[in-house]
Ligand binder design. Structure first.
Ligand code: NAI
Length: 546
């Protein structure tokens, strides 16, 4: 539980989003908490308040305006916000997070209304612990921190990336019912390379160039130490840092702190979940596949690494498994003669003929799985897809870049160019496709199948470290929930209509793995699922909370 002030009354109580109930305060509460005359006479229960809110929300002409309304609601009445979000996650997650959040980020300095979470910047260096101690809640279990250095497919947008950790943590609760009091979103402002934003008078961040990687490391070292000092046992979730920072910082802290990076490990896990289902449909093993990536940034490397681990798990040697994975980036095929590779890319440099043409790379590598994490819309041309389909009966094609216009191809194109044979997942939800009378439902490799479940499992079991195998457990947990009838429609992920149950099931699988490895710091219960279910947050006006 939190150390929040529970003695609030009168106008101060109505201004506190955690304790405010608005028109749901009972007559007795209105009398004892000095609220009489501060609220209209009517009493509404939560369901009536949700109904009124939906009446406000639905006519809003754009998703961005709906986003602004929902964030205002969160600032006024957190319980009502989560009750609304959790009443229909399939409808509200795309507003609170991807794809709408891309618009919120692009316009953040202009739509900014009031602070949410914390804003820590490099000029506070030397004082990070004192700054973090300003947060009013002491029992913080998760920090999601972004520098804004690489937001979605939008590049470096600095402080305009602040909505990302806010939205990400709202999904911990919205999807997996992790209690919101223990979540803290932070924008760590290290400056931005984005000159246009720095010149925008309404920009909310520091107008500095980012420091060198060495200086970033010094800053983040202090931040990590401060976070662990002020919030002992906190799990730090890195989100949307520049690719090279993301990979380096994860390596730096993964054996020292409780930390993970969703762009790397969450993306890898959800992709593995989709691949696992696709291969179950094909009745083939991952260890026998040949994988080609377009894009070798934090997402590409993270997915490549987890695929290798999962192949090793199926009996291949690590060296053998790596040979089955090839990457292609902005400078062409990653092969042995390249001199511009980072250490994490170099392990995938094989003896191949150099080429900057992706269709040619496909013809050379003959992948059975093609994954797009390049941020380049339309990169999977007809030639690329047809070259692949020539060599494999049911190609697995995942154009994962987002937002929508960055997808390497549309699912419709993938189905069309493979005569409906492709198994497809994209980074955003594309509409169903009907081809020759058959309807396909493309998967959405949305990290929300994974990171809220990881959060819930970590919340419950309190491990000291997070390892990649927890993400493999999460991927398998997700894949095992796709029913045969859903697979028949080409679905590669669990349906979104009962996301909470799906997250609890996935979290239980992760928790089971954590206990099996002896990494949990609490006693293992007999029934893990029931135990987790008993501790989740419920968006109701709990008598003990005001
Ligand atoms: P990044 O910026 O670290 O990496 C981008 C990579 O693409 C680099 O290796 C770059 O060289 C390469 N690239 C650029 N132009 C290219 C071209 N013309 N041909 C081939 N490669 C090219 O970005 P990060 O973090 O790896 O993310 C990549 C994309 O993946 C983003 O659009 C992001 O939205 C998406 N993504 C999707 C997720 C999902 O679907 N669940 C989760 C995380 C990221």
């Amino acid at each position: 539980m939190t150390t929040r002030d529970v003695s609030l009354e009168g106008a101060a109580l109505l201004s506190d989003p955690v304790h405010n109930r608005g028109t749901a305060f009972t007559e007795e509460e209105r009398s004892t908490r000095y609220l009489e005359g501060l609220l209209p006479a009517a009493f509404d229960d939560l369901s009536m308040q949700i109904k009124r809110g939906l009446g406000h929300l639905s006519p809003k002409p754009t998703a961005l305006e709906q986003y602004i309304y929902l964030q205002d609601l969160c600032d006024r009445n957190e319980t009502l916000f989560y009750a609304t979000l959790m009443s229909d996650p399939a409808r509200f997650v795309p507003i609170v997070y991807d794809p709408t959040i891309a618009d919120a980020c692009l316009t953040y300095g202009h739509i900014y209304r009031r602070p949410q979470g914390m804003y820590v910047n490099k000029r506070m260096k030397g004082r990070f612990a004192a700054v973090l101690a300003n947060w009013p809640v002491k029992d913080i279990r998760f920090i999601c921190v972004s520098s804004g250095g690489r937001i979605l497919g939008l590049g470096d947008i600095g402080a305009n990336g602040a909505p990302i950790p806010i939205g990400k943590l709202q999904l911990y609760t919205g999807c997996a019912a992790v209690p919101p009091d223990c979540l803290l979103p932070i924008h760590l402002d290290i400056g931005t390379t984005n000159a246009a934003l720095r010149a925008d008078p309404l920009y909310t961040g520091l107008r500095d160039e980012p420091p060198s990687p060495e200086e970033v490391d010094v800053l983040v070292d202090e931040f990590m130490a401060a976070a662990n000092q002020v919030f002992p046992g906190v799990c730090v979730h890195f989100e949307d840092w520049k690719g090279s920072d993301a990979i380096r910082l994860l390596e730096r802290y993964k054996d020292k702190y409780l930390v993970y990076n969703d762009d790397i490990q969450g993306t890898a896990s959800v992709t593995l979940a989709g691949l696992t289902t696709a291969l179950q449909i094909k009745n083939e093993r991952l260890a026998d596949q040949t994988v080609l990536f377009a894009g070798a940034g934090s997402a590409g490397i993270g997915i490549a690494n987890i695929i290798v681990e999962a192949m090793v798990d199926e009996g291949r040697s690590r060296e053998d498994a790596r040979k089955r994975v090839t990457l292609f980036d902005i400078n062409g095929l990653i092969e042995a003669s390249r001199t511009d590779l980072s250490p994490s890319q170099a392990v995938y440099a094989h003896d191949l003929k150099p080429t900057r043409d992706l269709a040619e790379a496909v013809a050379q590598v003959k992948p059975t799985i093609l994954i797009g994490v390049s941020t380049v819309g339309g990169l999977f041309t007809e030639a690329v897809v047809r070259n692949m389909a020539k060599k494999v009966d049911r190609p697995i094609i995942f154009p994962l870049s987002n937002p929508t216009d960055k997808a390497e191809c549309t699912p419709e194109q993938a189905y069309l160019w493979t005569d409906g044979k492709a198994l497809v997942a994209a980074g955003v939800q594309f509409p169903d496709v009907t081809l020759d009378g058959k309807t396909f439902r493309p998967g959405q490799a949305n990290n929300f199948y994974i990171f809220p479940a990881i959060g819930l499992a970590v919340y419950a079991t309190r491990p000291k470290r997070i390892d990649d195998r927890m993400f493999i457990a999460a991927a398998r947990g997700s894949a095992d929930q796709v029913s045969q009838s859903d697979r028949d429609k080409g679905m590669l992920f669990p349906p979104q209509d009962d996301i909470l149950e799906a997250e609890i099931t996935t979290a239980s699988r992760v928790a089971e793995y954590i206990f099996e490895q002896g990494q949990g710091t609490v006693d293992r219960p007999d029934d893990i699922r029931a135990w987790i279910k008993a501790m989740i947050y419920k968006p109701v006006y709990d008598a003990g909370r005001t």
